[in-house]
Design a protein around this ligand. Structure first.
Ligand SMILES: [Zn+2]
Length: 213
């Protein structure tokens, strides 16, 4: 994961950015250290119609079926001036209990899209396990393609276009991996095999305990 302030790589478990000194504790001090329960689409900006939301749910369901260990979630809202999009993304991927179709999905396989319609800005935060696939360069090129719907204020298109673009990238990677099948596909590897730690606490928050699926 990248430092939300200077974009230097921060490794799993590392508390502070080696370059600028940013600490996860600084954001926790601002936003708290509780786990927050989030739908896959949290529209705090109220820009999405019910129809948009339903359609996007279907788009996200399709994505999760195609890429069973990953999920995409989106937060829409006008952020206070003191909070940057990458800051919120960093905090949410560490503190968000996302209501995905299967609760077994872990945040290190999560892709979070934060959209601030007022700033006409968007940002991705991806979990540790996806960083080698969804690199900074890949994400930047996707964000560039989102500029047009973002400028028009069409947030439903911003989210749908983002999902389609990410699908295209993951499909390409999966095809490449199949050709070199001595390497297991990166997107279906278990994070623990890679020496990565899950971002969710070992015991699931109680609020999920009886969640039917
Ligand atoms: Zn930094």
């Amino acid at each position: 994961m990248n430092c939300p302030h200077c974009a230097t790589k921060i490794l799993a478990g590392q508390e502070a950015c080696a370059v600028c000194g940013f600490t996860a504790a600084a954001i926790r001090a601002y936003l708290g250290s509780d786990w927050v329960k989030l739908e896959r689409i949290t529209d705090n900006s109220q820009r999405l119609s019910l129809r948009d939301t339903r359609h996007l749910e279907v788009v996200l369901d399709d994505f999760e079926r195609r890429f069973p260990q990953c999920f995409i979630a989106s937060y829409l809202g006008a952020l206070p001036e003191t909070l940057t999009l990458p800051d919120l993304g960093f905090w949410l991927i560490n503190h968000g209990a996302f209501q995905t179709r299967q609760i077994s999905r872990r945040n290190d396989f999560g892709i979070l899209l934060i959209v601030d319609p007022l700033r006409q800005d968007a940002c991705f935060t991806v979990g540790y396990a996806l960083e080698s696939v969804l690199t900074d360069a890949v994400l930047m090129s996707i964000l560039k393609k989102l500029n047009r719907p973002l400028a028009k204020g069409n947030v439903a298109s911003v989210i749908e276009d983002a999902v389609r673009q990410i699908e295209a990238v993951l499909k390409k990677v999966a095809r490449k991996e199949r050709r070199h099948d001595e390497h297991p596909p990166a997107v279906v590897a278990d994070a623990t095999d890679l020496g990565l730690h899950t971002l969710r606490p070992p015991s699931r928050p109680l609020l999920h305990a009886n969640r039917p699926d």
